[in-house]
Design a protein around this ligand. Structure first.
Ligand code: ASP
Length: 341
């Protein structure tokens, strides 16, 4: 039914000048496609690509991408991530499929795969979001092991360094996202052992049947207030999928993304006929022009994918990149354009 509605929209577009932009943009779909935030998206994409080319659904592919990245020790995703300012790692994740099924967890502790718990919320409960101890209890009930809660050696080191000043600066560090950081609480994008030290992982995928899904997983902003939740588990902010229009996932300063319901906003720009990149650019402009001076201090990045396999990105600051895999090329890291140079 979804497919035939899409076809109807295309056909009616041919006769209506008001929709001619959409008609002009029509191209035969390129399938499958997967797009992930950051260069660490190569890990997510590799797993998702294997799933997609084996004929699996986009939903399964993005969940597998999330699991793969949650297994890697990094600053910003999974149990190896940086803790909150009280020293606890708290995880946020969400998932959305082609039928607008959604699941989300926030402020989840000691569970290794929040993306899979989010999927269980979607499939096994009448609700869409569970948080904190309730989310943890649900995960345990569903058979997820309760992990130790110890910090990874990298996170412990970074946390100890942060404790020296305990400076509370709830901004995603721009220098880090520009790859210029010299260390300190916000470490460079790759750790000395070669593992990634990146931001929120968001993956959006288009499967061989032409259906879109997406997921987002993060340990959030390092050294945040206990209980702080960003955009990443919030459907419409960190992630949104409309199977007829597009899928969008976000990274960066969650507060700014929530303020404009970022992912939903960008999908709506695509509904108006903008390409994924144009829509991301317009979404970033909306964020920046609210307060251009303040925007100089934070980073937000959007990636978007259309049902025809067209993708694009845009960010507030330089330094944001994303990884794409499509039939012609896999695991390619592209630099996003940005509002500020
Ligand atoms: N968006 C995430 C948050 O605000 C952080 C990030 O992408 O780095 O929690």
């Amino acid at each position: 039914m979804i497919k035939s509605r899409r076809r109807f929209i295309r056909n009616s577009a041919l006769g209506l000048p008001v929709l001619s932009l959409k008609a002009k943009r029509f191209r035969p779909p390129i399938l499958p496609v997967v797009v992930s935030t950051w260069d660490s998206g190569t890990i997510a994409n590799e797993t998702a690509w294997s799933a997609l080319t084996a004929g699996e659904k986009a939903l399964d592919a993005v969940e597998k991408a999330g699991i793969a990245i949650e297994d890697v020790v990094s600053c910003c995703v999974g149990l190896g991530g940086n803790p909150d300012r009280d020293g606890f790692v708290t995880l946020d994740a969400c998932i959305m499929d082609e039928e607008a099924n959604i699941g989300s967890v926030a402020f989840l502790e000691r569970i290794k795969h929040p993306v899979s718990v989010a999927r269980k919320v979607m499939e096994e409960t009448p609700h869409v979001m569970l948080v904190g101890i309730g989310a943890q209890n649900f995960a345990i009930q569903q058979g997820f092991p309760l992990e130790s809660g110890e910090l990874s050696p990298a996170a412990r080191k970074t946390y100890e360094k942060w404790l020296e000043k305990s400076e509370y600066n709830p901004r995603i560090n721009i220098e880090r996202t520009q790859g210029k950081s010299k260390g300190g609480p916000f470490a460079p994008s790759r750790l000395p052992d070669g593992s990634f030290n990146h931001d929120t992982m968001g993956t959006i995928a288009l499967d061989q049947s032409g259906n879109l899904s997406g997921m987002c997983t993060t340990s959030g902003m390092g050294f945040k207030m206990r209980g702080r939740v960003g955009d990443s588990p919030i459907i419409g902010a960190g992630l949104f999928v409309d199977n007829e229009v597009g899928a969008v996932v976000c990274t960066g300063q969650g507060e700014e993304v929530i303020r404009v319901a970022g992912a939903h906003l960008v999908v709506e720009f695509m509904r108006d006929g903008l390409s994924p990149k144009e829509a991301c650019m317009k979404g970033i402009e909306r964020i920046v022009t609210r307060d251009t001076e303040r925007a100089k201090d934070f980073q937000v990045g959007f990636i978007a994918l259309s049902p025809t396999g067209e993708y694009g990105a845009f960010a507030v600051q330089k330094g944001f990149n994303y990884t794409i895999s499509e039939p012609d090329q896999q695991g390619i890291v592209l630099d996003s354009e940005s509002y500020f140079d």
